[in-house]
Design a protein around this ligand. Structure first.
Ligand code: GLP
Length: 261
């Protein structure tokens, strides 16, 4: 796992966007796994800037999103489909038909999840998976206690995730946050060829510590990334504060990226 530690979230977002833009330039048919939440928004803005400046094109890129709430229509302003349209897809030249988000309104949710896995496989698998991290160390909606080999399925949110999501979205209304969602599994995520995880702010300190320096445990599902051969974590100093070896990680990753440490 490579940990890139930047002074600000803006700088970390720029570096992460550079990594994705460079991959898309190299392979215009890159398959992306995408994430929602407040964290990737700055990176998505950087990707949009590069498209606008004609430095890269996402025309042939295909994407699959990590998760979606159960019961929310794609047009619902708190659905992850809506979020992606507004925060990324409308801002870049990706073709909407090439973007995929789980359907939280599907009649048969298990069938929807199995079909999603099959689509990803047919596309040749995910080349780069973007991730945020929950304050309890979850990736996508894989809460503590989820098998580290799990596949896309219906999942149950913890009270702390419901609270976090109500705080940032849903106008703070706890009872409006769905309690179940459809989510790529930890096993599904770990099959991506490359991982780009973003973590910003003090609120993520414990999650980042658990992911990077804790044991591999289903209590912190992000820790499964320790087993991934090409996982990159982009964080700001606040999120990295509890890492024992943070100076070493910063030096190593800056050297690998050709930056001044
Ligand atoms: C939700 C999403 C995750 C995201 C997390 C953190 O649980 N399912 O994919 O990483 O929120 O969100 P934020 O970036 O807003 O802190």
């Amino acid at each position: 796992m490579e940990i890139v530690i930047c002074k600000t979230k803006e700088e970390a977002s720029r570096l992460a966007a550079d990594m994705i833009n460079a991959a898309v330039k190299k392979n215009p048919k890159t398959v992306l796994g995408l994430a929602t939440g407040s964290t990737p928004v700055l990176m998505y803005n950087e990707m949009a800037k590069a498209v606008k400046a004609k430095k890269v094109s996402y025309k042939q890129v295909k994407s699959w999103n990590l998760d979606e709430y159960e019961g929310l229509a794609p047009t619902h302003n708190q659905s992850y489909r809506y979020f992606m349209n507004e925060n990324l897809f409308k801002k870049i030249d990706i073709q909407l038909k090439n973007t995929h988000v789980l359907n939280g309104l599907a009649k048969d949710l298990d069938k929807e999840c199995a079909a999603y896995e099959a689509q990803i496989k047919k596309a040749g698998g995910i080349d780069i998976q973007v991730l945020g991290i929950g304050s309890d160390g979850h990736i996508a909606f894989n809460e503590p206690g989820t098998s580290l080999t799990s596949r896309t399925s219906v999942v149950y949110l913890t009270p702390s995730t419901i609270k976090d999501n109500a705080r940032l979205f849903f106008n703070g209304k706890l009872d409006e946050v769905p309690t179940r969602a459809l989510s790529m599994g930890v096993g599904t995520i770990c099959e991506a060829k490359k991982i780009v995880l973003l973590a910003f702010g003090e609120n993520k300190q414990d999650a980042v510590k658990g992911m990077v320096e804790g044991g591999v445990t289903q209590f912190c599902t992000a820790s499964a990334l320790q087993m991934h051969p090409d996982a990159w974590v982009f964080c700001d100093e606040a999120a990295a504060k509890k890492l024992k070896l943070r100076k070493y990680y910063a030096w190593r990753s800056a050297t690998k990226l050709g930056l001044k440490a």
